[in-house]
Design a binder for this molecule. Structure first.
Ligand SMILES: NC(=O)c1ccc[n+]([C@@H]2O[C@H](COP(=O)([O-])OP(=O)(O)OC[C@H]3O[C@@H](n4cnc5c(N)ncnc54)[C@H](O)[C@@H]3O)[C@@H](O)[C@H]2O)c1
Ligand SMILES: N[C@H](CO)Cc1c[nH]c[nH+]1
Length: 437
């Protein structure tokens, strides 16, 4: 089921197909559904939200049900075992410590020539965080999105997540993680309709300035389409792992790490590049073996069948080259000298070095963010950070003397652009205080 490829040209074209899986032809019809959902929510607000929640999540709700109540939030604590609460609190502390390390600071520079320049950072007024909840529940994603927003001092954080089944609702762990991370405004709505609500606002859900968080193909397409109306973090769609392994790697670990990605979504991708054909064979067998009793076997098998791949390469240098072309969300270096190989890596959302560092460490509590760019977006985008929730304004002050020194240059540039009033705005100041005629 998991294929092994040894031929370089075939490997390249398969890797391209997998990387492009979120913008291939099969996705086009999903995009038209997403466009329709966005338009309907924009025009009809809550009415459309409730309609699509019934259609896609099989939950018949009223507007009043959308917001998670205070009593539900309180009750969630009773349903979360102590070890899980401890783990959530540990993850919150570690993620916060990591994100506090590099918070950008406003600065002002008083130059020698009576010129003052600077940058002033301010948070967005409202952030909308999307927490997925279709195939699995993600308390970890609450933490990864809410904590950086808190560190950035965003005044209002609005969380959306699918409603869950009528019997179980939203996972209590998600509700507890939200409260531990400092979020209390939570709405039960998922998919493209949730993204539309955050982008345009409805009677119940407020419009935000930026939407962050990962999601399935519908969520990712919706974020792409609302970009401009609101900001977004990145296109953090169906998950991916690419593992570069040599003969020192343990096939049991490699297989487990491939399945740990595949179990997210049938569109998740799991790739192994190795210079050892014996390891390649063992990993394929081990994936089969670990799938036998897998509780999410059907979905995971689909992901492995469509977007799983093992490539045997001539050398680790070739593996690094192919990995750079793919630009994976997660890259694991399970080789004798991971730090040596790191020099050859240029594009990846997060890099895990050595065989004692399964990607799950980063998923939950190492500290760095697990909301990462997918489908090749790591070529130009990065993990979610505190800066995602900040923007900066440039600060500029010139004295009259400083302005006199550059007046001629500004005038020349303005005239070259044919912009009369730009030139005039400087020229008038050179003539001293102007009285109204
Ligand atoms: N890149 C990252 O940083 C990262 C991190 C965590 C998870 N993920 C990814 O997030 C995704 C989570 O997906 P999920 O499905 O579990 O939850 P989700 O919340 O992203 O999607 C569920 C929603 O999709 C909508 N939906 C389902 N079927 C639909 C259909 N046929 N038409 C229109 N809308 C439909 C429903 O409204 C539902 O609420 C996975 O792909 C996982 O790999 C990515
Ligand atoms: N691997 C996911 C990022 O693609 C993050 C995650 C959350 N829970 C488990 N894993």
């Amino acid at each position: 089921m998991l294929r092994i490829i040894t031929q370089r040209t075939e490997a390249r074209s398969e890797l391209r197909r997998i990387c492009d899986r979120t913008h291939d032809d099969q996705v086009t019809h999903k995009e038209s559904t997403v466009r329709e959902v966005l338009q309907a929510v924009k025009r009809q607000g809550d009415r459309a939200l409730l309609h699509y929640t019934s259609e896609f999540d099989r939950r018949d709700l009223k507007s009043d049900d959308l917001r998670v109540s205070g009593s539900e939030l309180d009750a969630a604590y009773q349903q979360v075992p102590k070890e899980l609460l401890d783990a959530i609190q540990l993850a919150c502390r570690q993620v916060e410590a990591f994100h506090r390390q590099r918070v950008p600071k406003s600065w002002v520079h008083f130059g020698e020539n009576e010129v003052v320049l600077g940058k002033r950072y301010t948070p967005v007024d409202r952030a909308g965080i999307y927490v997925p909840g279709g195939q699995a529940s993600y308390p970890s994603t609450v933490i990864m999105n809410a904590i950086p927003a808190k560190v950035a001092k965003v005044p209002r954080i609005i969380m959306v997540t699918p409603p869950g089944s009528a019997e179980n609702g939203i996972s209590p762990a998600v509700l507890v993680a939200a409260q531990e991370a400092g979020v209390e405004e939570i709405y039960r709505v998922g998919g493209a309709q949730a993204i539309a609500a955050l982008a345009y606002g409805t009677e119940t859900i407020p419009k935000v300035d930026i939407i962050t968080g990962p999601g399935n193909i519908y969520v990712t397409l919706a974020k792409k389409l609302v970009y401009g109306t609101v900001g977004i973090d990145s296109l953090a769609g169906p998950s991916e792992v690419l593992i570069i392994a040599d003969k020192s790697a343990n096939p049991v670990y490699v297989a487990a790490d491939m399945l740990a990605q595949a179990e997210h979504d049938q569109m998740a991708a799991s790739i192994l590049l190795t210079d050892d054909s014996v390891l390649a064979r063992k990993v394929v067998d081990e994936v089969e073996r670990q799938l036998v009793d897998h509780p999410r076997r059907l979905l995971t098998e689909k992901a492995i069948a469509h977007y799983g791949l093992v490539v045997v390469v001539e050398s680790l240098e070739v593996a690094a080259e192919l990995s750079n072309e793919f630009a994976p969300e997660h890259l694991e270096l399970e080789v004798v000298d991971p730090w040596g190989l790191l020099d050859k890596i240029r594009h990846a959302g997060a890099i895990f070095l050595g065989s004692s560092t399964p990607e799950a460490v980063g998923d939950y509590l190492a500290g760095p963010n697990h909301t990462l760019p997918t489908s090749g977006a790591a070529r130009y985008a990065s993990a979610l950070t505190v800066e995602t929730f900040l923007k900066h304004s440039s600060l500029v002050q010139y004295s009259q003397t400083a302005l006199e020194k550059v007046a001629g240059a500004i005038e020349a540039l303005a005239l070259a652009e044919g912009l009369h009033s730009h030139a005039e705005s400087v020229r008038l100041r050179m003539r001293g205080n102007q009285e109204l005629p």
